[in-house]
Design a protein around this ligand. Structure first.
Ligand code: MSP
Length: 511
């Protein structure tokens, strides 16, 4: 069975989760659920980034020790992922013993291989980015991402020989035949990274002399590991890199590492260079999705427009929230989110299109056949054939879209079938057939139930509870084990299945 390893960034514990974090995590969860359904051996890792000046300062502002504060926010992340029905296999904390040991082992390895040397760092540092800044990155003396003045550092540090990886990384990205080949996606982001590589790379400081909240360097415990080096390593310490466990051998390199474009630099440049430096394989795919604004504005505490995952869940339900964020705009591009648009999309796509289709199908099966439809008889007519053709076309499109991380396209393919099935109801007018042609009525209702069974498979990765609810209401078993081709082939709805009681609306209409 082929394995599939997917990661999200590990999120800073300087604040409780917001829907930006949820966005990437739902996207990763969708991949994990989809490939599990396809029979792959999936490992899905997320985590929390708990060291560094950023977290230390947030803790101090709350009158807590960094560890106390990290414990609290870590718990909030866990709770958020649970309520969003995220199926992560593990959640790595950078303050865990297994991670710290893994970081020490890795940094020592780089040191032993001559990849690290001692030098003097002088320059600017944005604490919010946890990033060394150059003069030309600043706008009016401030970090453009955080509107915050960087601090000046002048200290003895250890440096990683990043500069020597410029050509190595360019080749690794450009040449599919290269030993270290990895994909940077989408294309616009790849071009950006290649453009930066053409300018050249400088060595980077990978330790801090005066920041106790971090992992001491094994070869000089007076310094702590730079928080980004610490954080990136979670992707391998989380699967047992230190002891080279079976799990590590099985899952590394990662198949897809997800993040937004804000931190692509670390993932497409520093991370692969560190891995190559330590003699390890690089991830197969690094995908930087877009960044979204809220009503055209950057989400920020100062503006007071931060949306928490629970707010979306309260309003739209878990699957509603998952659907809305992934369908709002294409994954690879920037986008804008607004609650008004969410309400509109919820009512149109979920309450009306999908919700009504299930509701009327189940109700008619109850009304006309006491809750169980016989198998269709005879040859499909033109309308049936067209419905079946739409169903058959759904899966190749969905499969390709998910492989390409084009979530909104995958959902659009499913909704194509929802739309076709709703039209099929109108075209066949079952209420009229009930008086004139019961055999035809049975065929029509069977085909609708079967369409909904297929819709359940098509939406499952994004909307697992809804898929289960459709199965429960229509009385079929939603199988997660088995051959995919068979699961999504037309005709799997068990004729005579019993529709359960009075249908419950999946998505109550919102005002
Ligand atoms: N701790 C680092 C990551 C270390 S990974 C080795 C970090 N943490 S973060 O908490 O700031 O999370 C940044 C990530 O959150 C983004 O890359 C993205 O995945 C997600 N997002 C945060 N805000 C977002 C938007 N407004 N839009 C899209 N994604 C968002 O950086």
């Amino acid at each position: 069975m082929s394995r599939f390893y997917v990661t999200t960034p590990i999120y800073y514990v300087n604040d409780v989760p917001h829907i930006g974090h949820a966005y990437t995590t739902i996207a990763a969860d969708t991949l994990a659920r989809y490939y599990r359904l396809r029979g792959r051996d999936v490992f899905f890792l997320t985590g929390t980034d708990e060291h560094g000046a950023n977290v230390a300062q947030a803790a101090a502002a709350h009158g807590k020790s960094p560890q106390e504060y990290a414990d609290e926010i870590n718990a909030a992340f866990r709770a958020a992922w649970q309520s969003l029905n995220i199926s992560n296999d593990d959640l790595l904390r950078t303050t865990s013993a297994r991670h710290e040991a893994g970081v020490r082992a890795f940094v020592q390895e780089l040191y032993d291989r001559g990849e690290i040397y001692k030098g003097r760092y002088e320059g600017m540092y944005c604490v919010s980015c946890e990033k060394f800044m150059t003069e030309d990155e600043l706008v009016e003396g401030k970090c453009p991402n955080h509107q915050r003045e960087p601090v000046w550092y002048a200290e003895e540090n250890y440096f990683f020989r990043l500069s020597k990886y410029c050509d190595i990384l360019t080749r690794a990205i450009e040449d599919p035949g290269d030993l270290n080949h990895f994909e940077v996606e989408p294309p616009a982001r790849r071009n950006e990274v290649l453009g930066k590589l053409r300018v050249g790379l400088s060595d980077i400081s990978i330790s801090r002399a005066n920041l106790p909240w971090g992992i001491p360097l094994p070869f000089d415990p007076s310094q702590t590991t730079y928080v980004w080096v610490d954080a990136l390593l979670s992707y391998i310490t989380g699967i047992g890199s230190e002891k080279r466990t079976e799990q590590f051998k099985r899952y590394w390199p990662a198949d897809v590492q997800l993040m937004a474009k804000d931190i692509l630099w670390f993932h497409a440049i520093i991370w692969p260079a560190m891995l190559i430096g330590a003699g390890l394989p690089v991830p197969r795919r690094v995908y930087a999705h877009g960044y979204f604004t809220i009503n055209g504005q950057k989400m920020s505490k100062t503006l007071g427009n931060v949306i928490r995952p629970q707010q979306l869940i309260d309003r739209f339900g878990v699957d509603g929230a998952r659907y809305l964020v992934l369908s709002a705009f294409p994954f690879g591009t920037d986008g804008d989110i607004s609650i008004d648009n969410f309400v509109e999309a919820y009512n149109a796509d979920l309450a009306n299109d999908l919700g009504n289709l299930l509701n009327r199908t189940a109700s008619m099966i109850n009304r006309y056949f006491q809750g169980s439809v016989p198998a269709p008889e005879g040859k499909p007519n033109e309308l049936d054939a067209d419905l079946q053709a739409t169903a058959a076309a759904t899966f190749p499109v969905m499969e390709q879209a998910i492989d390409a991380l084009a979530y909104s396209d995958a959902l659009a393919a499913a909704w194509q079938l929802v739309g076709r099935a709703n039209k099929y109801v109108e075209e066949n007018a079952p209420w009229a057939l009930a008086r004139s042609d019961r055999a035809r009525l049975a065929t029509v209702l069977y085909n609708l139930a079967e369409s909904l069974r297929l819709i359940a498979y098509a939406i499952y990765p994004v909307m697992p509870q809804t898929a289960a609810a459709i199965a429960a209401q229509l009385g079929f078993e939603f199988q997660t084990k088995g051959a995919w081709e068979q699961m999504v082939a037309w005709g799997g709805y068990p004729a005579g299945a019993t529709v359960t009681g009075k249908p419950q609306p999946l998505f109550p209409r919102l005002q």
